[in-house]
Design a protein around this ligand. Structure first.
Ligand SMILES: NC(=O)c1ccc[n+]([C@@H]2O[C@H](COP(=O)([O-])OP(=O)(O)OC[C@H]3O[C@@H](n4cnc5c(N)ncnc54)[C@H](OP(=O)(O)O)[C@@H]3O)[C@@H](O)[C@H]2O)c1
Length: 298
């Protein structure tokens, strides 16, 4: 297959590109810098709406992962950049792809479990209503931005992604050093739910979504066993063989990270991957301990 990926330099994009190329697919990547054509790179500038559609002929699938990272203290400017980088880029790519003479069969676009907002112990699946807050607003607009592709008859999939576990990037990589030093611990009450997925399962599930015609619309990209934050902390300490006795109370999180800390660290979602499971996807790491052991070793 001939597959176009945006955000291919990111945590998920790098691993997905490698997986698809190893499987024999031709992967083209969108880059926001001078492209190297020999590496299958195509230049785009989502802010300036620059993308040469003549380079996109013969695509079977598009996987759109690009977006400004969200794990920093939010300001009005950074919130606008987080939203714009997702909504504008998605809308533009969906529009360009929908006007191609031969359209790809599937357009897969990232989203996040932040769509559901803060929901306590409620079990969430793809039929659950949206939540409240900045991330829920962004996810809603981000998911809706695929409209041009959907309206053109392209199968669209929005990946409501949970916390992707890898030692190579993302949240786990950021806290790893502190936990290795025995300086890790529970954040807030520890009762907030974490919907997580190993990086290897995340890329396998995206590959599955590319090839599974019955999958469309929102798809929770999360493992089948979400855990409370305290359980996550206990498992990470166990796998590393380190104590996890240094808590980070809610007031400190709010002081250090403001609104971002509230939405990303102190509240969470208990999301289940009902559509992935119903479509026959098999998780290599359905439970957290095996996911952590694998991802910390690879
Ligand atoms: N990792 C997670 O735990 C997680 C959880 C939920 C949702 N997601 C979502 O899934 C997607 C992929 O995740 P990831 O962890 O691979 O992300 P990542 O490592 O932060 O990579 C995202 C990529 O987006 C591009 N990018 C960065 N800033 C941008 C901007 N201002 N405008 C346009 N593109 C920009 C970059 O690629 P180029 O420089 O190559 O363009 C970057 O490598 C993201 O949209 C993320 O929000 C991830």
């Amino acid at each position: 297959m001939r597959i176009l990926i945006s955000g291919a330099s990111g945590l998920i994009g790098r691993a997905l590109t490698e997986r698809l190329r190893s499987a024999g697919d031709t992967v083209l990547v969108l880059v926001r810098r001078q492209p190297e054509a020999s590496k299958g790179e195509i230049e785009w500038d989502p802010d300036a709406r620059v993308l040469d559609s003549a380079r996109l002929l013969g695509l079977d699938a598009v996987v759109h992962l690009a977006g400004k990272p969200i794990a920093s203290r939010w300001t009005e400017d950074s919130k606008k950049a987080i939203r714009d980088s997702r909504v504008r880029g998605t809308r533009m790519l969906a529009e360009v792809v929908s006007q191609l003479p031969t359209r790809p069969k599937v357009f897969i676009s990232a989203s996040a479990v932040g769509f559901y907002g803060s929901r306590g112990d409620e079990v969430l699946d793809e039929t659950s209503a949206r939540g409240q807050g900045f991330l829920a607003d962004v996810c809603c607009q981000w998911e809706e931005a695929v409209a041009a592709a959907r309206d053109a008859g392209i199968r669209t999939v929005q990946l409501r992604t949970g916390l992707v576990l890898s030692r190579k990037g993302g949240m786990l990589a950021r806290v790893l050093q502190a936990f290795k030093l025995g300086a890790g611990g529970v954040v807030g009450t520890g009762r907030q739910w974490m919907s997580w997925i190993s990086l290897v399962d995340a890329t396998a599930a995206i590959q599955h979504a590319i090839g599974t015609a019955e999958l469309s619309g929102p798809v929770n990209l999360t493992a089948p066993q979400p855990v409370a934050h305290a359980e996550f902390t206990r498992n990470l300490g166990k796998v590393l063989g380190r104590p996890t006795l240094v808590p980070l109370p809610a007031f400190a999180v709010k002081l250090l990270f403001g609104e971002m800390g509230d939405e990303l660290l102190l509240t969470g979602q208990k999301a289940l991957p009902r559509k992935l499971l119903a479509s026959g996807f098999q998780f290599a790491h359905p439970d957290l301990e095996s996911a952590l052991r694998w991802e910390l070793a690879h």
